[in-house]
Design a protein around this ligand. Structure first.
Ligand SMILES: [Zn+2]
Length: 83
């Protein structure tokens, strides 16, 4: 009971760690239908981050265009934020 009360107060005061913006580095995958976290695959076209699964799908679908435009895969893995 007591702990529940503390937890509620913290939620109300907004002191819990704020959720990262969708598509931010190491946050939630930018793909609308996806809610995977740990998104560290940067999409050079959308300027947002995706999970590994979505990045693979995007890379396969855009392989020839990405090679022509960027000279590499559309989504690339970045351990640290690019900006
Ligand atoms: Zn995803």
């Amino acid at each position: 009971m007591f702990y529940q009360h503390l937890r509620n107060e913290r939620a109300i005061s907004g002191k819990q760690e704020p959720e990262k913006e969708k598509g931010s580095h190491n946050g939630v995958c930018f793909r609308t239908a996806c809610s995977n976290t740990g998104a560290i695959w940067y999409n050079h076209a959308t300027d947002h981050y995706y999970c590994a699964g979505c990045a693979m799908t995007i890379n396969e679908a855009n392989y020839s265009d990405a090679m022509r435009i960027y000279g590499h895969d559309l989504c690339q893995r970045f351990e640290t934020p690019r900006n």
